[in-house]
Design a protein around this ligand. Structure first.
Ligand code: PRX
Length: 689
């Protein structure tokens, strides 16, 4: 976020937070930070003592090679130590007398749905153990992969923690991804089983998740991969209802709240593979000994977009991720035992993994799991939930803040938000206007605004203010978290120390939560993150430091587009477009968007004799939705009889970005093969762009 032409103002931490917070001043932060980077073993070793370990590390506390010139990239923390993250997240607190504390309040899509959604740590443990036993009885074991494709319901956390308890690697796929995307991920991870639900209401839309899973599993079986089990949570269907399977229609609950249209849900059934969750949970035992895992054993993989188009299975390991998720949660939100914490992210993304599940649970926190959307039944939903549960710490995305701002302040101010202390954001740069609205209107100028910069790959926050210590500047993620050494690097690989000079944001040494590999493709891991600047982890984002040392992340420098906080690969969208029989070539670039931050703008070159039309635009948009998921739908599709290319045939994306926004100042085009295409492309811009 570049606001260099404005005078940035400084917001000191609110006094009421400073007094109770873990880190009360910048001096305290600097002292802790210094220790964390100079003596990582001492710093993280002390934190590790708060967790349960069945045995200590057998070798070095931390051992790594960050420099691909010196050999294979490897990162190991506490190798040889034995632990279990599920035990630490659940059993440890029960042993400490916290079994009756509420782990989650569940808030359904419909405000009328909330009842009986609360679960204590003891109740959660019983369910996790039951499902662990079911997984075990189904023949699943340590090291196997299980896909999870579920709505935001408590069973999602039960399923992921049951996997973690047994050392099964979970691969959660956001339940907004298409059947094809789900199939790609199942195949890449060679998952043996999947956990899903019958369906979910998202706002006023009904999604039949089971049918999406059926299509995905069909694709897998055509590619010779059969899953042994598909566990289905009966979330929408009345629990006692006898389901007519094999394609018959199953009716919806009769007592459905008024907002819901009458619909029916069709559940196809594959005998021998499909299992109703409730059919097996009832009789399963609530005792299940955890599998004692090596700190460096894999915990989960989570797919993130790759600039070449194929998503990467980011792999995190047990011990380091456990320490890092818990520690970032504690400090960045300044977690206190009486907090009611709410992160609005879906567990299908990394923010949900780390800050809905593992981070809060490892701190014995009480949080909210919200199934719905910020706009249903109206744009006051977030603030209604904050009032209802007296939320103290709130974490959401700038895109949601921007969207809600447009509805006016009354939606916010009619609810009591006096419980709030920390307002955090994640996923994309937050523009100062949205930051200020969040601070002034939502927080009533009483809260710390915490802009957290991190990635799926980093496991947890890497650059973030600390609520009681850091004076904030709207639009800056401020300073590094403990253990993180950020460097701004020039394209030539020289560290930039001058203020306000933009470069690549890279990190100089590993921290416990950094990903260890790309599942099944270590070479891609090395190439993507470590080849460009040997000795550094490359984020792929641009950043600069101002004269006060504040870090300003300016956005992706590679061919990725951040749409509403979701990282999309332009190459993946291009490949969906060229699959259409009329399209010869496609080039996708980022375009600014008022609410989403960025959106995608697609240039398509049609095959000889094919006509560009509104109907084709719709078909192409639908194609991307179907191929990747609804959240990836492009905003603009433009006819491009020719694309600007260099003489060597490379598409000049920087020129396309200018055309997309209607900026005639396209820069240096001396290397372009045919300059006449530019005028043509300007003429063909869609009127709404
Ligand atoms: O471009 C950065 C942006 O989101 C990317 C990471 O996306 P993903 O792996 O999907 O994880 C999102 C949630 C952690 C980054 O490379 N990004 C994330 N947070 C910020 C951000 N950009 C600017 N400021 C942020 N606070």
């Amino acid at each position: 976020m570049d606001n260099s032409d404005e005078t940035p103002c400084l917001f000191p931490p609110p006094d009421r937070l400073r007094n109770e917070s873990h880190v009360k001043s910048m001096d305290d932060y600097k002292e802790m930070y210094k220790r964390s980077v100079e003596d990582p073993e001492g710093f993280w070793g002390d934190i590790a003592k708060q967790f349960y370990w069945a045995s200590p590390p057998t070798g070095k506390f931390v051992d790594y090679n960050f420099d691909c010139r010196k050999g294979r990239i490897s990162i190991k923390w506490m190798e040889g130590a034995k632990t279990n993250i599920c035990y630490n997240a659940i059993d440890r607190h029960i042993k400490n007398g916290q079994g009756d504390k509420i782990a989650f309040f569940w808030e359904g899509n419909d405000p009328a749905d909330h009842d009986s959604g609360n679960i204590t740590y003891s109740q959660l443990k019983d369910k996790i153990c039951k499902f662990s036993n079911i997984l075990k009885q189904s023949g699943l074991k340590k090291g196997d992969r299980v896909a999870i494709y579920m709505p935001m319901i408590l069973e999602l956390t039960v399923a992921m923690l049951a996997c973690a308890r047994l050392g099964i690697i979970h691969s959660i796929v956001f339940a907004g991804f298409s059947a094809e995307s789900l199939a790609d991920r199942i195949l890449d991870g060679q998952c043996s089983a999947i956990v899903t639900a019958d369906g979910v209401w998202r706002g006023s839309k009904l999604l039949n998740l089971k049918s999406i899973v059926d299509v995905a599993l069909e694709i897998c079986s055509k590619r010779d991969h059969k899953l042994s089990h598909c566990f289905i949570v009966k979330h929408l269907l009345p629990k006692g209802h006898s389901v007519q399977q094999n394609g018959d229609c199953v009716d919806y609950p009769e007592e459905k709240p008024a907002q819901r249209p009458t619909r029916s849900l069709k559940i196809n059934w594959t005998d021998g593979r499909d299992v109703w969750w409730h059919d097996v949970m009832g009789t399963a035992s609530t005792d299940c000994e955890p599998e004692w895992m090596d700190a460096e054993d894999p915990l989960f993989m989570l797919y993130t977009s790759g600039s070449t188009g194929k998503p990467k299975g980011v792999l995190h390991t047990v011990g380091g991720y456990m320490l890092y998720s818990a520690t970032t949660f504690k400090y960045a939100f300044d977690y206190q035992p009486d907090d009611i914490y709410w992160c609005t992210a879906d567990v299908g993304w990394i923010t949900g993994h780390t800050y809905v599940a593992y981070g809060p649970l490892n701190n014995c926190a009480t949080s909210i799991i919200f199934e719905g959307t910020p706009f249903f039944p109206d744009a006051g939903r977030f603030w209604a939930i904050i009032e209802k549960y007296k939320v103290t710490k709130f974490y959401t995305a700038p895109t949601a803040i921007r969207a809600l701002m447009r509805y006016g302040d009354e939606y916010v101010t009619k609810y009591d938000r006096s419980s709030l202390k920390v307002l955090a954001t994640v996923g994309e740069p937050i523009n100062p206007e949205a930051w200020l609205w969040y601070h002034n209107v939502v927080g009533n100028k009483q809260c710390a605004v915490v802009d957290t910069f991190w990635q799926t790959e980093t496991g947890g926050h890497t650059i973030t203010p600390l609520p009681g210590a850091t004076p904030t500047k709207p639009g800056s993620a401020t300073f590094p978290f403990f253990g993180i050494v950020p460097v701004i690097m020039s394209d030539e690989g020289v560290e930039i120390t001058d203020p306000n000079v933009e470069g690549y944001l890279v990190f100089k040494q590993p921290w416990p939560g950094l990903m260890r590999t790309v599942y099944g493709d270590h070479e891609r891991y090395e190439t993507t993150y470590f080849k460009k600047f040997p000795g550094y982890y490359c984020t792929g984002d641009g950043a600069k430091r101002d004269e006060d040392g504040y870090i300003w992340v300016t956005g992706r420098i590679d061919d990725m587009v951040n749409v509403s906080g979701h990282l999309l690969s332009t190459a993946e969208i291009e490949s969906a477009l060229v699959e259409h029989p009329t399209v010869a070539e496609a080039a996708v670039v980022s375009h600014p968007h008022k609410i989403k931050g960025e959106c995608t703008y697609c240039f398509v070159t049609l095959k000889e004799g094919k006509e560009f039309s509104d109907a084709l635009v719709k078909e192409l948009m639908d194609r991307v939705r179907k191929k990747i998921g609804p959240f990836a739908q492009p905003d603009f599709v433009q006819n491009a009889p020719g694309l600007p290319k260099t003489r060597s045939g490379k598409i000049m994306r920087r020129v396309l970005r200018k055309i997309a926004v209607g900026d005639k100042n396209v820069g240096d085009i001396t290397t372009m093969a045919d300059e006449t295409v530019i005028d043509k492309l300007f003429q063909l811009r869609p009127p709404e762009a």
